[in-house]
Design a protein around this ligand. Structure first.
Ligand SMILES: C[S@@+](CC[C@H](N)C(=O)[O-])C[C@H]1O[C@@H](n2cnc3c(N)ncnc32)[C@H](O)[C@@H]1O
Ligand code: SF4
Length: 413
């Protein structure tokens, strides 16, 4: 019930992010000097096979297109460099960022030539984890490697349409990487149609037994179109079961001494996470389908590869839509992302918005406190009771973004 209410509220908030303006000129950009060092998300939208449940902007790998894409990425980055932006932390996501290792290495060299690179996080699939790739990623300076396992249950992996099994082979590859980077993370999906709570518990236990640094557990997020496609292909996407899956995470990990870096991400010790939306209040995303938050504005890049190339050939930023967030929206977005990361520092809120949280978001704060979802005064922390409602809020927020993605992908905006 409570989860339904908070979910509804966030769905309403999230919808506002869909109302975007299209025309953009330099005047809407925040002065880079006011922002300082921020994080850069780099999207590589190519995969060797396409998983039907995946909600990201991705295309079937074609070598010539992918090589050309890396060239455009550098051009897009150049445009931000020309505006004076500077970055310290880098997140490669996909798609499959390791799809062309030589291009990836060249791009990282380019980053090192322009910035003081502090940390690099990178996603890949189990299939791409080999001794050779591990050595090359280490040499390139990757600090955190995130491997999309999704499940160690062969039947679930098959139902997900992923040709990455058998699970013994996935485990062998994950263990090859474990210990080679500051942090190795594995991604799992829960509440997949047909997946049982026991199957998921076995995944969480396997993660513990393998002693991997970190795991991120994503509740299945389906946009309306994807939801019906999934239902046609598999079974019912049943949100009412989600809580039972989440309780497995809480019982097996949170109560078992693992640290929650976010409500979805658990580590053995303090580790690097890939949630740039938590660590940095502002971030820029480059690549087809990336989003950025900068100085109170929200920007979305074109999802179309053709349009991406076309705009960059004219040295134009490939932004397809943008929106100035109202102060309240901005503050609520801040609250949501910090709660997702388990803690909000009220002093930092005041610094960012020039006014205290109690005067700005009093009803929200009161609601969260009265229900026992958060506690604390200077540092507001999510309680164990609050973790599932916050997970629902984040799922709803990402689902709203997925609606936007789906619309932009379909219309090739
Ligand atoms: C964009 S993928 C990149 C990882 C890599 N390509 C792979 O599949 O192994 C990052 C993670 O997002 C999660 N993900 C993708 N689609 C999702 C969906 N519809 N709902 C929930 N999580 C999803 C998966 O856990 C995946 O590992
Ligand atoms: S889940 Fe990963 S491998 Fe599958 S389509 Fe999405 S990005 Fe590609």
């Amino acid at each position: 019930m409570l989860a339904n209410i908070v979910g509804w509220v966030i769905r309403r908030e999230g919808r506002k992010f869909l109302k975007l303006r299209q025309n953009i000129d330099d005047s809407v950009f925040t002065d880079a000097r006011e922002i300082g060092e921020i994080s850069l998300y780099i999207h590589i939208p190519f995969c060797r096979t396409l998983c039907p449940f995946c909600c990201f902007n991705r295309y079937l790998f074609q070598e010539d297109k992918a090589r050309q894409y890396f060239k455009y990425l550098k051009r897009e980055l150049d445009l931000y460099i020309q505006k004076g932006f500077t970055f310290s932390d880098f997140y490669f996501g996909g798609g499959t960022p390791t799809i062309l290792m030589d291009e990836l290495e060249g791009f990282i060299d380019y980053l090192k030539a322009h910035f003081n690179v502090k940390r690099i996080s990178l996603e890949t699939t189990p299939r791409e984890v080999s001794r050779e790739n591990i050595a090359r990623l280490k040499a390139a300076g990757i600090n955190r490697l995130s491997i999309g396992v999704q499940s160690f249950d062969d039947n679930i992996v098959k139902a997900m349409g992923r040709p990455f099994g058998p699970s013994e082979d996935m485990k062998r590859r994950v263990m090859m990487a474990q210990g080679e980077f500051d942090t190795v993370n594995v991604d799992f999906v829960f509440n997949f149609p047909g997946q049982t709570v026991d199957q998921f518990r076995a995944d969480v236990q396997a993660f513990k037994e393998l002693n991997i640094d970190q795991a991120t557990f994503y509740p299945l997020m389906a946009s309306p179109h994807k939801k019906s496609a999934l239902e046609r292909r598999f079974n019912r996407v049943d949100i009412s079961q989600e809580r039972r899956f989440y309780d497995v995470i809480l019982n097996e990990l949170y109560a078992g001494g693992y640290q929650a870096a976010t409500v979805w991400c658990f580590s053995r010790e303090e580790r690097m996470i890939d949630e740039y939306i938590i660590d940095f209040d502002d971030y820029i995303g480059i690549g087809a389908g990336s989003v950025s938050i900068m100085g109170g504005n929200f920007y979305v890049n074109t999802f179309s590869l053709e349009r991406y190339g076309e705009l960059l050939s004219r040295d134009t930023l490939p932004i397809a839509g943008w929106r100035k967030l109202a102060e309240k929206e901005n503050q609520r977005y801040y609250l949501l992302t910090k709660l997702f990361g388990m803690e909000l520092d009220t002093g930092k809120f005041t610094q960012r918005f020039g006014a205290g949280m109690e005067s700005q978001l009093n009803p929200e704060l009161l609601f969260l406190k009265l229900l026992g979802l958060v506690r604390g005064k200077d540092k507001i922390r999510v309680t164990r009771k609050g973790m599932y409602p916050v997970s629902v809020m984040m799922r709803e927020f990402f689902t709203s973004l997925n609606n936007l993605r789906e619309l932009y992908i379909e219309e090739q905006i």
